[in-house]
Design a protein around this ligand. Structure first.
Ligand SMILES: [Zn+2]
Length: 224
């Protein structure tokens, strides 16, 4: 019998408010090994930052039945996470998440992430490790077909949108649709991972590992 275990990723407000990362994460989910969750506090924060004219996150959540978890009554005490992000990490802890998927990895403190065995991961790096090339192709085809504006073909979406918002995913599948030229705004974030869970399998990583190690030994040897 297939395992029903799914990695649990808590979605930060900056990802929910940003259409490209949000759409790729949610469309890929049924074809991948993760579930997504966020809380009322995060939803309100995302809606404050959404561009005018965009469909509010709460409307999308209800329309698509996205998973919603309660904010904690008594939030976990945190040490070295930015004050504005403490409600995010506390809600992720409450939800039993293995990851916080966020555009701002460095807002989350090393000590807090280690204590609760959570990793903060940029959505581009997260998706690089959790969707196959086939899933990526399928999702970009769906995005293109369902949209009333350009870009609509997968290569153009890949070059113009994925390269900007999900750079590690772009690099992982760079020439999947033919030779690709990234948008000039393609500028990978300096830090895309922090924490103590393997980015791919949620195993707890060794203490004292090199700072650029994001996967456990067995995952590091596996090509997706
Ligand atoms: Zn692993």
């Amino acid at each position: 019998m297939a395992s029903t275990f799914r990695l649990r990723a808590f979605v930060d407000a900056n990802v929910l408010a940003s259409p490209v990362p949000r759409t790729i994460l949610y469309l890929s989910r049924p074809l991948a090994d993760y579930e997504l969750v966020f809380s009322p506090w995060v939803e309100a924060e995302a809606e404050r930052h959404q561009s005018p004219g965009h469909v509010p996150v709460s409307v999308l959540r209800q329309r698509y039945d996205w998973r919603f978890a309660a904010d904690p009554d008594e939030p976990a005490e945190l040490e070295d996470t930015d004050a504005k992000d403490q409600p995010v990490l506390a809600a992720a802890v409450e939800a039993g998440a293995h990851y916080v998927v966020t555009a701002n990895v460095t807002d989350f403190g090393e000590k807090d992430l280690a204590r609760f065995a959570i990793s903060a991961v940029h959505p581009g790096l997260f998706l690089k490790h959790h969707i196959t090339a086939e899933t990526y192709r399928e999702v970009l085809e769906v995005v293109g077909a369902s949209r009333g504006r350009e870009p609509r073909d997968p290569l153009s979406i890949h070059e113009q949108e994925i390269s900007v918002h999900l750079s590690a995913l772009f690099e992982a599948h760079r020439d999947l649709f033919g030779p690709a030229t990234p948008d000039t705004a393609h500028n990978p974030p300096a830090i895309e991972f922090r924490g103590s869970r393997c980015v791919r399998c949620h195993a707890v990583l060794d203490d004292g590992r090199a700072s650029d190690v994001v996967a456990c030994r067995s995952c590091a040897g596996v090509a997706r």
